[in-house]
Design a protein around this ligand. Structure first.
Ligand SMILES: *Cc1c(COP(=O)(O)O)cnc(C)c1O
Length: 372
C-alpha cells in the first residue's frame, strides 16, 4: 500500500500520458513548447481566471507574487501558523516579516479573529506595515475567503491564496486558485494535481500581475529574453511536465476529485465516533490533499501511528511543528498570540493514505487497524 499511489494512477492513465510525452519527444521543444501554453489556457478556463502563468514550482510562484506586489523590508505578511514553510518563506527572502496567526479549531485554516488581532498588534507596534495575507487551503480545505476578503479590504491589504493543496477544491461555487488578488498552486507529484517533477503556477485576473510574472519567470525579460527590464529568476515549467499535466487534468476534474471525496466520506463515516474527522464548511468542497484525523492527545496520536506502522500502513504528520515553533522563526515576534489551536492540532494530527486509486480492501484494512 502507498500513501499516495502515483504508480497506480499511471497504470490507469498510461495511454494518455505516454502519448502526450511522446509528442514532446517528437517535436523536441523541451522548454516553452506548445503544451505549456495549452496548459495555461486550460487551467485559466477551469479556474475561471484571466491568467495562468506556469512556473518551476509553487514556492517560485509565491516568490513571483510577493515580488509583483513589491513586498519586502518593512512589510508584514500574515499567514496561518500551521502550513508548509513555503507559504511565507519567499516573502522572508525578500526581507518581509512573517506574522503567524492561529488556526480555527474545526477547519485548521487561518483564524480570522487571530488574523485581525495580529494586524492590530502590528499596526500598534508601528514597526512594520501590514501588507499582505497569505491564506492557505490547508490539506485541500478552502480557507474562509468571505471573511478574509473583508478584513483585507478593511486594512487595505493584498490577499494571496496559497492553493498548493487546494487545487480542485471550491468555496461558494468559486474554484480554489481563483481567490484573492492572485493565487498559486503547486504541481509537485504528491499534490492533488501533480506532474512528474516540480511544477507550479500563478493564477490571477490582474493583467499587470500576470505580465510581471511572465517577465520575472524568465530573468525579468522585456520584449524578448535578452531585453531584460528587471531582476528576475529562471522558473519555467518544463514542456514534459506540462504534457503530463495535460494528460491528467481532465481525469482529475471529471473523476479524481470525486473519488478523493468518496474515499474521505468513507473514512469520515468509519472514524467519526472514534476520532475528530475533517470539518468542511457547508459552502465548501475539499479536495482532500491529505486526510487527517485528530486523536484525543499526543500520546494517543503516537500510539495510532505506531499501530499503523505495525500494520505497514503508510502514514504522515502534516505538520508536526507550527511555524512559530520552527527554529528558523525562533526570533520572530508573536505579538502575544498563544496559538492554542495550532499547538493542539500539531500534537494530535495524523494523516492516512489518500489518493483516488486507493482500493476498497486497503481502505478496509486501514479502518480496521485503527478501530481494532
Ligand atoms: C507544496 C506547498 C508549497 C510549495 O510548493 P512547491 O511546488 O513544493 O514549491 C507551498 N505551500 C503549500 C501550502 C504547500 O503545500
Amino acid at each position: 500500500m502507498q500513501f499516495i499511489d502515483l504508480k497506480a494512477q499511471y497504470e490507469v492513465l498510461k495511454t494518455e500520458i505516454d502519448c502526450r510525452m511522446n509528442q514532446v519527444l517528437q517535436h523536441g521543444k523541451y522548454i516553452g513548447g506548445p503544451e505549456v501554453q495549452e496548459l495555461e489556457k486550460k487551467l485559466a478556463v477551469y479556474l475561471n481566471v484571466k491568467h495562468a502563468v506556469a512556473c518551476g514550482n509553487g514556492t517560485d510562484a509565491l516568490h513571483m507574487l510577493y515580488m509583483a506586489y513589491g513586498i519586502g523590508q518593512g512589510d508584514a505578511v500574515f499567514c496561518p501558523d500551521v502550513t508548509f514553510i513555503a507559504s511565507v518563506e519567499p516573502a522572508c527572502m525578500l526581507g518581509a516579516t512573517p506574522v503567524f496567526c492561529d488556526i480555527t479549531e474545526d477547519t485548521y485554516n487561518i483564524s480570522v479573529e487571530s488574523l485581525e488581532r495580529q494586524i492590530l498588534a502590528v499596526q500598534k507596534e508601528g514597526k512594520y506595515r501590514p501588507k499582505a495575507v497569505t491564506a492557505v487551503d490547508f490539506l485541500g480545505n478552502p480557507a474562509d475567503y468571505e471573511r478574509i476578503e473583508l478584513l483585507c479590504k478593511k486594512y487595505d491589504m493584498i490577499l494571496i491564496e496559497d492553493a498548493a493543496q487546494g487545487f480542485g477544491a471550491n468555496y461558494h461555487q468559486k474554484q480554489c486558485g481563483a481567490y484573492g488578488n492572485a493565487a498559486v498552486t503547486s504541481f509537485f507529484p504528491a499534490k492533488p494535481l501533480g506532474c512528474y517533477g516540480d511544477g507550479g503556477a500563478v493564477f490571477t485576473s490582474d493583467d499587470t500581475v500576470a505580465e510581471f510574472c511572465r517577465s520575472v519567470r524568465v530573468h525579468g525579460k522585456g520584449s524578448d529574453k535578452y531585453d531584460n527590464v528587471r531582476i528576475g529568476m529562471n522558473s519555467r515549467l518544463d514542456t514534459l511536465q506540462a504534457a503530463v499535466l495535460l494528460a491528467k487534468l481532465d481525469v482529475f476534474v471529471q473523476h479524481e476529485i470525486e473519488m478523493r471525496q468518496k474515499i474521505a466520506k468513507k473514512y469520515d463515516d468509519a472514524f467519526k465516533k472514534r476520532f475528530t474527522v475533517p470539518f468542511v464548511e457547508k459552502e465548501a468542497n475539499s479536495v482532500y490533499a491529505q486526510y487527517a484525523l485528530l486523536a484525543e492527545n499526543e500520546d494517543e496520536r503516537n500510539a495510532m501511528i505506531q499501530r499503523l506502522n505495525e500494520h505497514e500502513i503508510p502514514n504522515m504528520v502534516y505538520y508536526p511543528t507550527p511555524m512559530h515553533r520552527l527554529p528558523v522563526f525562533a526570533q520572530t515576534e508573536c505579538y502575544g498570540e498563544t496559538f492554542e489551536n495550532a499547538d493542539s492540532y500539531c500534537a494530535k494530527t495524523f494523516s492516512l493514505p489518500m489518493h483516488p486509486y486507493l482500493k476498497e480492501c486497503d481502505q478496509e484494512r486501514i479502518i480496521s487497524a485503527l478501530l481494532r
